[in-house]
Design a protein around this ligand. Sequence first.
Ligand code: NAD
Length: 258
Amino acid sequence: MIKVAVTGAAGRMGRLIVKNVVEDEELELVQAFDVVNVGKDAGELAGVGKIHVPITHASELELKLSSDVLVDFTTAEAAVNNICVAAKKGVKLVVGTTGFTEEHWKKIKDCCRVPAVISPNFSVGVNVFWEIIRVAAKMLSNYDVEVLEMHHRFKKDAPSGTALKAVEIIKEVIGDRETVTGRSGICPRSDEIGVFAIRGGDVVGEHTVFFIGMGERMEITHRAWSRQAFAGGAIKAVKWISKVEDPGIYGMRDVLGI
Ligand code: NAD
């Protein structure tokens, strides 16, 4: 059995990860951390009944963390700390949190001396979407590129980690361009990539990349309508990382063998 701990266990993704771990016979949920719902049973919060794993306050992570893998879906600031604590304790990582700044990445790279899968999107479909974008960018390198993403009203960061990853891939192929995250007033288009975020309701996550030429455009779209698309991928990553011995930051490309 692979022993799994979850940080952000009371959140939207965390509860679903708890449910998936509890329902998987290769995995055992041993600890759950959050800063809210402390003391409540993680299984009851996740809707799978009592599992006798209470939510422990995240301030006790350093003292108490003891699992094979820690799964983190929290906030960027919290995740950086959780990653460094887990690494210090030799606990492998699966991190889905998004919104990391360059400063955050510097800290993560400095302290993450364990095998870790860090991905802004764990869905299998989005990882294929990124590969298709890579091919399209090669073939349509002189077309204008724009990215549109849509998420639920509670999402904290913008643009989404998935949209930024798409932009990163496109720039790897066509060369560096300025990223523009809004247009207003006099702003003629230059060689830039526009990235736009829509927020509302309960939209789980939608991304479209537009390659726009003279007289035609291509749109590549991925839509997720259930968070299970992410949770299922994160569970694949837990099983995969549990067998990896070499420290380093891996992505879903490695997990899926793309
Ligand atoms: P959420 O707000 O529902 O949950 C976050 C949880 O983290 C909350 O319960 C919060 O109390 C808790 N938290 C805050 N600080 C903490 C700390 N120091 N230690 C432990 N827990 C702490 O958010 P969500 O929708 O579950 O998303 C969480 C993150 O995952 C976001 O960054 C989101 O963009 C990202 N996300 C990634 C994927 C992916 O596939 N990689 C998919 C969905 C969401």
